[in-house]
Design a protein around this ligand. Structure first.
Ligand SMILES: Nc1ncnc2c1ncn2[C@@H]1O[C@H](COP(=O)(O)OP(=O)(O)OP(=O)(O)O)[C@@H](O)[C@H]1O
Ligand SMILES: [Mg+2]
Length: 449
């Protein structure tokens, strides 16, 4: 089945090209549509793999920009279970089949797919996403997947209206009361700590540290924590083109990449190049200092802001990892030199991010200042004492000691900086800090689905 690839741009859905998948392998061929090529303001939908030129592009596997809007581990588990339970008719076997199994309405980014010649965009759905009130039921369905006790109804719920989106952890697309789209990220029954609470804590600290973050709230549903993350790839009804950093750099599967490489990608394809380079350096030291070892290249993303100009998306999927778990996860390197990440290494790399050492140190101090309030921020989020204890080694570790030594003299002078001062600079913070954890006790009957 050959596929038309459309893109939503400036409130219109436009045919960008056609995709020709091989029958018996993962190989694909893509060709831009002639009208798209001739269109003023046209852009490459995949900046390196598919430059905006006539002719056919061949690849052994699906192009990164198309993978980015398909399912990852969580979605694939759902799809495979759904095939087993005959909720889905055909077993997908190529990456493209998995991409097409996801609902069009809630698909990440602005790409849309349909059969060559017409028909509805795939996968068809009624576009009715579960509201926040259904979180309890969604958590219960995700738990059932974990325990392998799910029913066909659970699968329809999570796979249909709840469209699984990317990533490995259980999640669902949902709609907020003001009709904005969001991602609900659920706890897993075998989590050894409050992972969801830790993610919201990290996002809260990141915002306090001056990092642009996705909107976030910690919500209680069926007595469990759920992270509700506002979608940044929608602006009202408009879809915003999205690619992962992995796609922007055209990294082969399994290639880790580095922050320096990402900085080069921003230089080549960036929108506000200097601003994003500085923002990236801030995110890099933040990740080092909150032990965010989950900063792989699909956890950095870019949004198209002007034709061919990709801007860093708000930060998402930030996860503090306590010392006990750090061995299993490799953090993205500052550069591919094999050197262990260090604050001195980050400072030495600063010129690559358009930062002089003095300016970099000033950013470092702001980041340390914000993270040093982690316990208070956790208490404001009402994380349990056990949870805070579990995360202590994510915030208190040798790299933090090194950072404090580097910026020590100024930190003392800033010690009187109150949370409200930081919040004044970051208007969302106080609201998040003050907002009590919302409680969604029981799913109500009679609401979709
Ligand atoms: N706020 C958001 N708006 C739009 N897209 C998002 C947002 N947050 C995440 N995404 C997209 O959804 C994907 C999955 O989300 P996320 O990374 O939070 O899930 P995860 O399961 O924790 O991932 P991982 O496999 O890295 O642990 C991301 O890779 C990104 O493409
Ligand atoms: Mg992720």
């Amino acid at each position: 089945m050959n596929i038309e690839v459309h893109i939503d741009w400036q409130q219109r859905t436009i045919l960008a090209g056609r995709l020709y998948p091989a029958d018996q392998s993962a190989a694909v061929t893509f060709e831009y549509d002639r009208e798209w090529l001739a269109r003023p303001g046209a852009f490459a939908i995949d900046p390196i793999a598919l430059p905006l030129r006539a002719g056919q592009y061949h690849a052994p596997a699906l192009f990164g920009a198309m993978q980015d809007c398909g399912p990852d581990r969580w979605g694939r588990v759902l799809i495979e279970r759904a095939v087993r339970k005959r909720v889905l008719e055909a077993k997908p076997y190529r990456d493209l089949d998995y991409v097409l199994a996801l609902e069009d309405f809630s698909r990440i980014g602005a790409l849309r797919f349909r059969r060559v010649g017409g028909g509805n965009f795939l996968a068809e759905g009624d576009g009715r996403l579960p509201p926040v009130l259904r979180l309890g039921a969604l958590v219960a369905a995700a738990d059932a997947i974990h325990h392998e006790t799910e029913t066909a109804q659970d699968l329809r719920f999570l796979l249909g209206v709840g469209s699984p989106l990317g990533g490995a952890r259980p999640k669902s697309a949902i709609v907020l009361p003001d009709l904005t789209l969001a991602i609900a990220k659920f706890p897993k029954p075998d989590d050894t700590r409050d992972i969801v609470g830790g993610e919201i804590l990290a996002l809260t600290l990141a915002r306090a540290a001056g990092i642009t973050t996705a909107g976030h709230q910690l919500v209680k549903a069926a007595d469990r924590h759920v992270a509700v993350i506002t979608r940044f790839d929608r602006a009202g009804a408009e879809r915003v083109p999205f690619v992962s950093a992995s796609t922007l750099l055209s990294l082969a599967p399994g290639v880790a990449g580095s922050y320096i490489q990402l900085a080069d990608g921003i230089r080549q394809h960036g929108h506000d190049v200097s601003g994003d380079l500085r923002e990236l350096w801030r995110r890099m030291v933040f990740s080092l200092l909150v032990s965010n070892h989950d900063d792989h290249m699909r956890n950095h993303g870019f949004l198209l802001r002007a034709p061919g100009k990709w801007a860093l998306s708000p930060a998402y999927d930030l996860n503090p990892v306590p010392a006990i778990d750090r061995v299993t996860l490799a953090q993205t390197a500052i550069e591919n030199s094999g050197a262990a990440p260090s604050i001195e290494g980050a400072l030495a790399a600063a010129p690559h991010f358009d930062l002089e050492r003095k300016a970099a140190k000033a950013i470092l101090r702001e980041v340390i200042q914000a993270i040093s309030g982690w316990r208070k921020a956790g208490e404001r989020l009402r994380l349990g004492r056990g949870t805070l204890a579990a995360y202590a080694t994510a915030f208190d570790h040798p790299l933090m000691a090194e950072a404090q030594a580097v910026g020590a003299h100024k930190i003392a002078a800033q010690a009187s900086l109150k949370a409200t001062d930081v919040a004044r600079k970051q208007p969302g913070l106080l609201a998040v800090a003050r907002a009590p954890t919302r409680t969604v006790s029981r799913p109500r009957r009679g609401i979709s689905p």
